[in-house]
Design a protein around this ligand. Structure first.
Ligand code: PHE
Length: 462
């Protein structure tokens, strides 16, 4: 009986444009504007960005197209699609790893999204007016280490996420994304213009544009590849789930390319919005996760109507995070609904609550629980917040992405995949043989090498 209402879930995107905006809504989020700039800042700037771009267009494209293909052919959630395409094999474990990743990512993601909402109020109330970099740093650190404040905002953000998923995603996501994507571009461009016209901003521009290749080490490559997966929402079934709502006429290769290009341009624009301003106001690039929260208030303070722009910026960031968070929750909810025959409401509320609880541990680990440390190769040990982030972006997502490519090309057999990718031969996809080598050989080898390095199995820093 419940199953009838589930029929709604298999509804299709209204338009190709709506689908692209939804997939881009999943991709564009905190990963682009919060995470990308601070990773670039920690990993040598331009050199990191070059490796990132290679990861995105070589590996990311292959994985995204494979995910769309599995989802549209399987017409089910990430585990269900694997089960349908490869019955009685262990391939469903790839989907299961994606579900674990969704739990871990959303838990810390929602905490950061909560920070952005708190910063909306702080900016609006003028809390940052006249503050110098040191004061801004203290305010940020004071806020995120607080045992209560960030958890309240995290709860509000999870409630919003659950609310939208309960209401049914499509009209929500499609509508919001169509308004938001252009808005994000406009705000970023205003910030860039302000940033590069500040005195002393040029070192920031060359930090991005002049790659210093001596900075590239194995760990920089791992960080760049992990960021590519995270930013494109790959390796954990989000794009399989969204692909399952696709109709058979949509051109998946060109859609994948569009989504990737949109996502990458937002990340690069965020870099240009932040680094020139950062150098101008006198921060160091390697600020870690606080980067956006400490630098941008200083920039807004120098702009006429800075309070307005600052408020709008953090609102946009929160909503961009929301369209990503929805896709993370949807991965789990789609599975629970399909599998256990419970309603959307029950599954979204209960899963949302569990993720909220895991998120509480992530938030506390920045403050009262910072003594809980998980050993991790190449680091002095990670707190829970960092562990959820590292373990997903540097292990689960790349591993998932590699297996997804191998599945499509080697297990499922390319002729099935090609039939799906070319819409039964209707699309003229002349470079299919090249794609087969890309997804079946090149991408998996790159991912495997980077992963082995990450586990410390091969080599030391290049
Ligand atoms: N891509 C999102 C971002 O960049 C995060 C995300 C990861 C969303 C994985 C869904 C799946 O913010």
């Amino acid at each position: 009986m419940e199953n009838k209402s589930l029929g709604q879930e298999r509804e299709q995107w209204a338009t190709r444009f709506g689908f692209i905006m939804a997939a881009a809504g999943s991709a564009v989020g905190l990963g682009n504007i919060w995470r990308f700039p601070y990773l670039a800042g920690e990993n040598g700037g331009g050199a990191f960005i070059v490796i990132y771009l290679l990861s995105v267009f070589v590996v990311g494209f292959a994985v995204m197209l494979c995910e769309f293909t599995i989802g549209r052919a399987g017409q089910l959630n990430s585990i269900g699609s694997f089960r349908k395409l490869a019955p009685r094999t262990p391939w469903w474990l790839v989907g299961a790893s994606g579900i674990l990743a969704a739990f871990m990512i959303l838990s810390f993601y929602s905490v950061v999204a909560g920070w952005t909402m708190a910063y909306v109020w702080q900016t609006l109330s003028g809390a940052f007016a006249g503050a110098n970099p040191e004061q801004l740093t203290n305010m940020f650190v004071g806020f995120i280490t607080d045992p209560i404040q960030p958890i309240i905002w995290h709860a509000i953000f999870m409630a919003l996420t659950v609310g939208i998923v309960v209401a049914g995603v499509k009209s929500g996501i499609e509508k919001w994304s169509i308004i938001l994507m252009p808005a994000i571009f406009v705000i970023l461009i205003i910030l860039i213009i302000r940033g590069v016209t500040l005195q002393g901003s040029m070192p920031g521009v060359s930090f991005i544009l002049k790659p210093d290749f001596s900075q590239i080490t194995g760990s920089v490559v791992l960080a760049a590849l992990g960021q590519a997966f995270f930013s494109l929402s790959l390796g954990m079934g989000a794009m399989i789930t969204y692909g399952s709502y696709l109709n058979k006429n949509v051109n998946m290769p060109s859609s994948a390319l569009t989504v990737i290009s949109l996502d990458t341009s937002v990340a690069i624009l965020a870099g240009f919005a932040i680094f020139p301003a950062l150098f101008a106001v006198g921060f160091e690039p390697a600020q870690g996760p606080g980067l956006v929260f400490m630098v941008l208030p200083a920039v807004f303070d120098t702009i006429p109507f800075g309070v307005v722009f600052g408020t709008i910026f953090f609102i946009l960031l929160a909503i961009a995070a929301l369209t990503s968070a929805i896709s993370l929750l949807e991965v789990v909810v789609a599975f629970i609904k399909d599998q256990y025959n419970v309603s959307r409401v029950v599954s979204a509320v209960s899963i949302g609550f569990i993720i909220f609880l895991v998120g509480v541990t992530a938030s506390l680990s920045n403050g009262p629980w910072s003594h809980i440390v998980i050993p991790w190769p190449g680091t002095a040990g990670l707190n829970l917040f960092d562990f959820y982030d590292y373990f997903t972006s540097k292990v689960l997502l790349p591993l998932g992405g590699m297996l997804i490519c191998l599945f499509v090309i080697w297990y499922w057999k390319p002729q099935n995949a090609f039939k799906e990718i070319t819409n039964d031969g209707e699309l003229n996809f002349g470079w299919l043989p090249a794609f087969k080598i890309l997804a079946g050989v090149i991408a998996p080898i790159i991912i495997a090498l980077v992963l082995l390095y990450g586990f410390g199995v091969i080599g030391t820093a290049v």
